[in-house]
Design a binder for this molecule. Structure first.
Ligand code: GLN
Length: 245
């Protein structure tokens, strides 16, 4: 049988690397390798040229305002290629600082700046930063599940008519007002959750991997269940701490 390979593009980790975002890459890679699927991680620096057509998953991590500004400028120069990748069903995870950048406008310090405009979302400054553990209920994998993560952002995002990643059960999410968290558009997920997000939420990681495999190989590829004891303990610890039922 032909060996399958997934190519993961990690964009600008020297600038976007908050709250262990590299752990997301390790979770994606290891969960493939543990199932006998090859994983190739390609790290891109800010000056590197990126051919999105060679990638199956793209990860953009969180970053401070200064780094966001540099990254956004650079992404502007490849906006069309990135948009084509997303429209074509390319899998992408944009975390925290990278998430508002995909929208029409966002704010840096006290200045409103143009984002990539790939998503119809808008971000403005919060009065007080939104910081803390966040728990989100989602059905994107086909069954109801809780995602856990950590948020620390000074932006509140409105996603208009777009579908949220899920509903906030604890914490702030997109804006602390409408109960939505993140956004899902085709195979792109944007969210303020990190900490890192994927190791603690294996079901979400597997969802992204399944989407990437389906896009690349044109069929549903069953992912063998893994012994997720440590992952489940980390996940459940946060759920039990904040949700009493
Ligand atoms: N720089 C952004 C903010 O402070 C995002 C920070 C982050 O990625 N956690 O809101």
């Amino acid at each position: 049988m032909e060996r399958k390979t997934i190519r993961i593009g990690h964009l600008f980790p020297e600038l976007l690397n908050m709250y262990g975002d590299k752990g997301n890459i390790l979770a994606l890679k290891n969960r493939l390798v543990w199932r006998g699927i090859d994983a190739e991680v390609v790290t891109f620096g800010i000056e590197d040229e990126i051919d999105f057509s060679t990638l199956d998953i793209v990860l953009l991590g969180g970053g401070a305002d200064r780094e966001q500004e540099m990254v956004c400028k650079q992404l502007m120069s490849m906006k069309q290629a990135l948009s084509n990748y997303i429209e074509d069903g390319g899998v992408m995870l944009a975390l925290c600082g990278s998430y508002p950048m995909l929208g029409k406008t966002f704010q840096l310090q006290n200045e409103t700046v143009s984002g990539l405009g790939i998503l119809e979302i808008e971000t403005e400054k919060t009065e007080k930063r939104h910081i803390g553990d966040c728990i989100v209920q989602t059905d994107i994998t086909g069954s109801e599940l809780l995602l856990v993560g950590f948020e620390n952002h000074g932006g509140k995002t409105r996603i208009g008519e777009l579908k949220p990643l899920g509903t906030v059960r604890h914490g702030f999410g997109n804006n602390g007002e409408d109960g939505s968290c993140g956004v899902i558009y085709k195979n792109l997920i944007g969210t303020y959750l990190h900490g890192p997000l994927l190791p603690k939420n294996p079901a979400l990681t597997d969802y992204l991997l399944s989407c990437a495999l389906k896009r690349k190989y044109g069929e549903d590829i069953a992912l063998m269940p893994l012994a997720d004891r440590a992952e489940e303990e980390a996940h459940d610890y946060i759920v039990k701490r904040f949700i009493k039922e």
